[in-house]
Design a protein around this ligand. Structure first.
Ligand code: PLP
Length: 468
């Protein structure tokens, strides 16, 4: 008799839940690196999507946080040097699911100023980064157990696909994009197709600024058109905004995020990972949306998300939230007006890296516009590089060759296309690469030199592979 435990779980569907290409890549990297090194090749990083070490040195953050915590202690005016300050007690105690009040109030004021929103701190729900926000949003709509359809872009963020597909009653309906954003007719058609197939459609998940992995930002006009369709069709927009401040466009040219255009139709995901540090896992969900619940009543979606969060994570790490609050205060411990000056310190590096990569591509491949194309990202960490024509297929073998033959690490795009997009077009993404300019192992002049060498090596490889 089979004595294994029967708990009624499904075996993983290996086709759907295969290891993501980025994880596969990091697993095979040591072997490929060894091959490249044996040939005397330098390894060039254009693959990793991590924040740059030069802007994520925790020591600066820790010094500022310590000064802020000292400021909080002093502000409490405790005379007894041994007395436990309230902020410290709260930082390590059970707290409310909404987390400590003050960090939420600071965030509401600063973020509200930047995006012209009147944020009620009671509607801000702490999350474990944007990842936690994605998960919480999916969990909320999974609860009734109905078949769900998520509308998203083709390509889309791999972390969203991974979370959405954990639910066996969910299906992804993806929408192809052009240079401005999702194609509006396709967007409407996919919502309707999903409904016709019996699915409930809660939201459209997207990353309108510095799209990961598509490497561009949606135009203002397309955002409005998306919003119009979402309103007509009665669905929400789940706006993932990690690169909102990692923005290269001059201030007047930056299109507004969905949350600033229509907070009543948007579930907005803020994360501290890119503007601060990813390790502390700080994020907030904000929304002014109301939804219909059982009995025809209406409820603020944040109320429902809060119930979901209290049963799930119960409470965020309060010390991390107080730590993030330190970032919202300047050197004199005044609450900042805006997060842009914080972003600027990171932007100095990313702006420079982006320019090095775009200049390098132009220099190396700009004479062959009939063969190569790449995006000019207005925000974020990536440009998407396309081989025109059908001579080059950017499959796993190609990616391995890029490392082993040329020492260049890049990420293939095909895996970021949802299954339905690949069924419609079996070559979806198989002519594209995600080239990232956010990460290198070096800093300062060495970083600049390494990145220049990386893009030169990339151009040489692209030409060789394209046969020109
Ligand atoms: C589009 C997108 N969403 C979410 C995340 C994850 O963010 P977090 O660290 O806040 O969980 C990333 C990180 O790269 C991302 O690019």
């Amino acid at each position: 008799m089979n004595d294994s435990t029967r708990v009624g779980l499904h075996a993983p569907d290996l086709k759907r839940e295969r290891v993501s290409v980025t994880r596969q890549m990091s697993a095979s990297l040591p072997r490929l690196r060894a091959v490249a090194r044996q040939k005397g090749l330098k390894i060039h990083h254009l693959g990793a999507g991590y924040p740059h070490p030069e802007v994520t040195d925790p020591r600066t953050f820790l010094a500022h946080k310590a000064a802020y915590f000292e400021h909080l202690r002093r502000r409490e005016g405790l005379n007894d040097a041994n007395a436990l300050p309230e902020y410290l007690r709260e930082s390590f105690a059970y707290t409310d699911t909404l987390g400590p009040r003050e960090p939420r109030e600071s965030f509401a004021a600063v973020y509200g100023h930047d995006w012209n929103l009147d944020i009620d701190p009671a509607h801000l729900i702490p999350t474990v980064g944007a990842t936690g926000g994605i998960s919480l949003s999916c969990a909320l709509f999974e609860r009734p157990g109905k078949p769900l359809a998520y509308i998203t872009d083709a390509p889309t963020y791999a972390g969203f696909l991974a979370r959405a597909q954990l639910n066996r009653h969910a299906r992804v309906f993806s929408v192809e994009m052009d240079a401005e954003g999702p194609i509006i007719d396709r967007f409407r058609a996919q919502i309707r197709a999903a409904r016709a197939a019996g699915y409930f459609v809660p939201f459209y998940y997207t990353i309108p600024d510095g799209h990961n992995p598509a490497g561009f930002s949606f135009s203002a006009a397309r955002r409005q058109a998306v919003l119009d369709v979402a309103t007509e069709e009665g669905i929400l927009i789940l706006e993932d905004a990690p690169y909102l401040y990692i923005n290269y466009a001059p201030a007047p040219a930056r299109p507004k995020p969905f949350v600033a255009l229509a907070p009543e139709r948007t579930i907005h995901l803020f994360t501290g990972s890119k503007i601060g540090l990813p390790g502390p896992r700080v994020g907030y969900i904000y929304s002014e949306a109301e939804v219909e619940i059982e009995g025809g009543k209406r409820a603020a979606i944040t109320e429902l998300l809060l119930t979901e969060a209290s049963a799930d994570i119960l409470f965020q790490n309060p010390e991390a939230l107080h730590g993030f609050d330190a970032l919202l205060h300047d050197e004199s411990m005044e609450l900042r007006e805006s997060l842009w000056p914080v972003a600027e310190r990171k932007l100095e590096i990313y702006r420079e890296n982006r320019q090095i990569v775009l200049d390098g591509l132009e220099q190396g491949l700009g004479d062959a516009p009939e063969r190569f194309r790449w995006t000019h990202p207005e925000a974020g960490f990536f440009t998407v590089f396309t081989f025109l024509g059908d001579r080059v297929t950017t499959d796993d073998a190609f990616i391995e060759r890029m490392v082993a033959e040329y020492g260049v690490v890049v990420i293939p795009m095909y895996d970021f296309y949802p299954a339905d997009a690949r069924a419609r077009n079996p070559r979806a993404g198989l002519d594209q690469l995600r080239v990232s300019f956010c990460f290198s192992e070096s800093s300062g002049d060495e970083r600049r030199r390494d990145l220049r060498e990386a893009v030169t090596a990339f151009c040489r490889a692209a030409r060789a592979e394209a046969g020109c």
